[in-house]
Design a protein around this ligand. Structure first.
Ligand SMILES: CC(C)(COP(=O)(O)OP(=O)(O)OC[C@H]1O[C@@H](n2cnc3c(N)ncnc32)[C@H](O)[C@@H]1OP(=O)(O)O)[C@@H](O)C(=O)NCCC(=O)NCCS
Length: 171
């Protein structure tokens, strides 16, 4: 048998309205309080602002990422709303792949830096973000509720890493 034969292939694709129930299930599996279907549908429908990606392994949805293109003055900023991978599929590079693809698509729409918030103590996520070049720039008191602080992290694109030459409104 050829090397790699039979191994499921990871595919990352844009989510559609048909995926909203699945996305809500992913949210419930990965967080105590996940985004409701109504909000996820809003993200998917507003695809000029939001990018919703699903990761599928052998056709099974195992993770997702959501980001938004925001304007800060004259600057376009990519806001990472969530990255999540089902527990049995973690530590295989799927989270990193999702974040890379999300950043690439936000960059294609003009983002020159990325922002995100993460709960204090969420070490897997913080390690992932640090590996991907994000730095901690501040503490957000009670951001996730009383006594649950957040960390604000930022990634600046380096010289030559600015917005993609090809602007892609549809990706
Ligand atoms: C954070 C999360 C998305 C990471 O997904 P993942 O697919 O396991 O991550 P990857 O396998 O791509 O790991 C990439 C890097 O992240 C870091 N990392 C991920 N999980 C880690 C862990 N448990 N401990 C330490 N570092 C970890 C490592 O640097 C890793 O690189 P390495 O494998 O070369 O060491 C996943 O743990 C998750 O879904 N958590 C619950 C949801 C959540 O909290 N999301 C973040 C919201 S802000």
């Amino acid at each position: 048998m050829a090397r790699g034969a039979g191994l499921a292939v990871l595919r990352v694709r844009k989510a559609t309205l048909r995926d909203v129930r699945l996305m809500a299930e992913l949210e419930r599996s990965c967080f105590d309080e996940g985004y409701p279907e109504s909000l996820l549908a809003y993200f998917v429908m507003n695809d000029e602002r939001f990018i919703c990606l699903l990761a599928e392994l052998g056709g099974i949805a195992v993770g997702m990422a959501i980001g938004e293109l925001e304007e800060e003055g004259l600057k376009a900023v990519g806001h990472v709303w969530t990255i999540e991978v089902l527990a049995p599929y973690r530590r295989r590079g799927i989270g990193e792949r999702l974040l890379r693809e999300l950043e690439e698509r936000l960059r294609a729409r003009g983002a020159v830096e990325f922002h995100l918030e993460v709960k204090v103590g969420n070490e897997p996520a913080i390690r992932l973000y640090e590996k991907m070049g994000y730095i901690k720039v501040g503490i957000l008191r009670d951001y996730y509720g009383p006594g649950q602080d957040g960390i604000f992290m930022v990634k600046h694109l380096g010289p030559g890493e600015g917005p993609s030459k090809w602007s892609c409104g549809a990706c």
